[in-house]
Design a protein around this ligand. Structure first.
Ligand code: C5P
Length: 404
């Protein structure tokens, strides 16, 4: 992590809270400014005076503290942090964050920040392996929250198993290395399109498709985790913004085209994962169309091919397209790769329960010169990680330290 970083350190009510003092020392020794935020439960385990003395800043505890809010409101505090580390993060804390609760200062900060959030879980082994905690961790990870640990070993309750908070030194090293972008795309900039487009017919109707945006969002999160600066241009979707990613919302293919071309010159890699409508109504009817006749004919015009237009730029980024096909997947994808002059195409078979709006997918990736790689069925998150690693290495963008 370059320069001095501001760390919001959340401390929740677990026995491992006694290690938070050491954590503050470790962070400040690495040049970080630390603002401690304790929950009510944490106060049962460690005194605010200790953390205040070590961090050199008054510990924040309550959401409804008029004096503290006047000095720096909780929203300003959320903006202040370059990252949030919650250590220890209890099972209760994971559940609150997974559900987006904002009924105390720490949970509110976690909701009000777009900085990376790191959680160091610490709890009894059965609480850790309980399906409720597993599900909460899944949700948090899918939103781009990084879970550090827990480790396995002897627990304060006398049991042995997973649930021990990682040691402060290991935690700080893992967080700072990650925040420094130890990934393959450090210093690179990636532009990604995602989701469907909507092409209006009249004020209440539009043409669209079944794309959920999940793959594009997973790619944006994975590229960010790999250290890239990421801009995500997305059609209308119901997905949470991956942390640390700049999001640009658009509706139509024309808007998507304009948003991409306003930003494409600065990027090293372009990934067109959006399901852009190929056709749009020629005429937008200003009033709701009435059902008068037995049939209605809409004239549709081709919309701009965003991907092909990026690939055609004189100075173009490494350009990756997607191909959703219902049959002869490989042949259609290879044709598209050549016709649009792409550097890589990612193909998948679509149909009932396949690819669109699913959690899982399987992919076939092709590149010029008969390049070919398949990715077996896996979650979109896992596929996105693997795909970003492949794109980083094939594009020559992979950071020298991690190039394969
Ligand atoms: O030709 P087809 O629509 O199947 O190509 C799919 C690929 O092209 C996807 O990467 C999609 O994002 C992109 N595309 C585009 N603009 C369009 C149509 C498709 O960028 N108008």
């Amino acid at each position: 992590m370059a320069g001095q970083q501001r760390v919001l350190l959340g401390v929740t009510g677990g026995i491992a809270a006694y290690k938070s003092a050491e954590l503050v020392r470790e962070l400040t020794a690495r040049g970080c400014e630390v603002q401690v935020v304790m929950t009510r439960g944490a106060r049962e385990f460690i005194g605010a005076a200790t953390l205040q003395a070590l961090s050199g800043r008054p510990v924040r505890e309550a959401l409804w503290d008029a004096a503290a809010e006047a000095a720096m409101s909780h929203i300003e505090l959320a903006r202040w942090g370059d990252c949030v580390l919650v250590a220890p993060a209890t099972a209760q804390c994971l559940a609150r964050l997974a559900h987006g609760l904002a009924d105390d200062l720490l949970s509110t900060l976690c909701l009000a920040t777009d900085a990376p959030v790191y959680l160091a879980p610490a709890m009894n082994r059965l609480m850790w392996s309980h399906p409720a905690t597993r599900a909460n961790c899944e949700v948090l990870a899918s939103r781009g929250v990084t879970l550090l640990g827990p480790g396995t070993g002897a627990q304060a309750c006398g049991e042995t198993g997973p649930g021990r908070m990682l040691e402060p030194q290991a935690l700080v090293a893992a967080m700072l290395d990650d925040a420094a972008g130890a990934g393959a795309l450090v210093g690179r900039s990636v532009l990604i399109t995602a989701g469907p487009t909507r092409e209006p017919i009249d004020p209440v109707r539009y043409l669209t498709n079944r794309s959920s945006g999940k793959m594009g969002f997973a790619l944006a999160a994975a590229a960010r985790r790999a250290g890239a600066r990421v801009v995500l241009v997305t059609g209308p979707v119901a997905l949470a913004q991956p942390p640390g990613v700049e999001r640009v919302d658009v509706e139509t293919a024309a808007e998507l085209h304009a948003a991409v071309h306003a930003r494409v010159r600065d990027c090293d890699i372009f990934i067109g994962a959006a399901a852009v409508a190929d056709y749009r109504p020629r005429d937008y009817v200003g009033e709701k169309i009435k059902k008068r006749d037995a049939t209605l004919t809409l004239t549709l015009d081709r919309s701009p091919d965003v991907l092909a237009s990026v690939a055609a730029l004189e100075s173009r980024p490494y350009t990756v397209g997607f191909a959703a096909e219902t049959c002869e997947v490989e042949q259609h994808a290879r044709d598209k790769l050549v016709r649009k002059q792409l550097d890589m195409i990612v193909a998948n078979q679509v149909g009932p329960g396949r690819a669109f709006d699913t959690e899982d997918n399987e992919l076939l990736v092709l590149w010029p010169g008969d390049g070919r790689q398949t990715f077996a069925r896996a979650s979109k998150r896992e596929l996105a990680e693997a795909l970003i690693a492949l794109i980083a290495s094939r594009s020559g963008c992979a950071a020298a330290t991690v190039a394969s």
